[in-house]
Design a protein around this ligand. Structure first.
Ligand code: CO8
Length: 257
């Protein structure tokens, strides 16, 4: 099997590199299946705290593989559970997932970044949802996540006119959290992920779940969920250690329990 994704470990960070450079990392079924398997493997690995997904300098990913989709019929996509089969995997990952985006993040590539928890962009990053040019729509969560990420006006502009955002505008709009020099993207992504991965793993999972709850529920239900999770933290070894370490003016030693 070709290596559609490459995986590396950097301390407590699991790095996944999308690896179809000749096709600008177009997201065919094999790549998405491999990405899902790599995500689940890192998610189950107690030695990993944070997962980073990246591409290459030219392309994070240029979208769904157009050649693969060209002859799809309704029966094909229904039977194969297109999108559902491998994109729902991303939603099952409990650890923080950071997208490190250089070059183009188009269509499904932009949607993949949107499905991650933090998006770090290189100065040369470009974000676009050009599916309308193919008479399709951003169908891997794009219409829903882009509206939540950047608001209706810009979301409609991107989806209806295929307008491209450069890294600076994407940061202003709230699609990405930080912009870094292109040559430093990988190092800065690993450094940020490494810093986060030192925090208590179960606390990170709870934070991710709680923030994501904000998109799924009312404010009062979300706050109730948050409060219960805060109470539950007091039953954890790591919260006890974090509080004690502060009082004792020393660095905490988390055991991820
Ligand atoms: N699918 C398949 N092949 C692609 C794709 C793609 N999305 N993008 C690029 N390639 C291939 C090209 O065909 C070319 O191959 P070849 O050399 O064999 O002709 C090679 O990659 C290099 O591309 P270019 O020669 O075009 O390189 P340029 O630097 O001139 O342009 C671009 C790069 C701007 C990325 C250009 O290739 C482009 O516009 N690509 C298409 C972008 C696009 O429309 N993406 C949206 C696809 S639709 C989609 O994502 C649906 C989302 C919902 C479902 C998600 C499920 C995964």
């Amino acid at each position: 099997m070709a290596d559609e994704v490459l995986t590396e470990r950097h301390g407590r960070v699991g790095l996944i590199t999308l690896n179809r450079p000749v096709q600008m990392n177009a997201l065919n079924g094999a790549l998405m299946d491999a990405l899902g398997a790599a995500l689940l493997a890192f998610d189950a690995d107690e030695g990993i705290g944070v997962i980073v997904i990246t591409g290459n300098d030219k392309a994070f990913a240029a979208g769904a593989d157009i050649a693969e989709m060209a002859d799809y019929t309704y029966s094909d996509v229904y039977a194969e559970q297109f999108i559902t089969r491998n994109w729902e995997t991303i939603r099952r990952v409990r650890k923080p997932v950071l997208a490190a985006v250089a070059g183009v993040a188009l269509g499904g590539g932009c949607e993949l970044a949107l499905a991650c928890d933090i998006v770090l962009a290189a100065e040369n990053a470009r974000f676009c949802l050009p599916e309308i040019k193919l008479a399709l729509l951003p169908g891997a969560g794009g219409t829903q996540r882009i509206a939540r990420a950047i608001g209706k006006a810009k979301a409609m502009d991107m989806c209806l006119s295929a307008r491209m955002l450069d890294a600076a505008e994407a940061e202003r709009a709230g699609l990405v959290s930080r912009v870094v020099p292109t040559a430093e993207l990988r190092a800065q992504a690993l450094a940020l992920a490494g810093k986060i991965a030192e925090f208590s793993a179960p606390a990170l999972m709870v934070v991710k779940e709680a923030v994501n709850r904000a998109f799924e529920t009312s404010l009062s239900e979300g706050i109730l969920f948050e409060r219960r999770e805060l109470y539950a933290r007091f039953a954890s070894a790591d919260a006890r250690e974090g509080l004690r370490a502060f009082i004792e003016k020393r660095a905490p030693h988390f055991i991820h329990r």
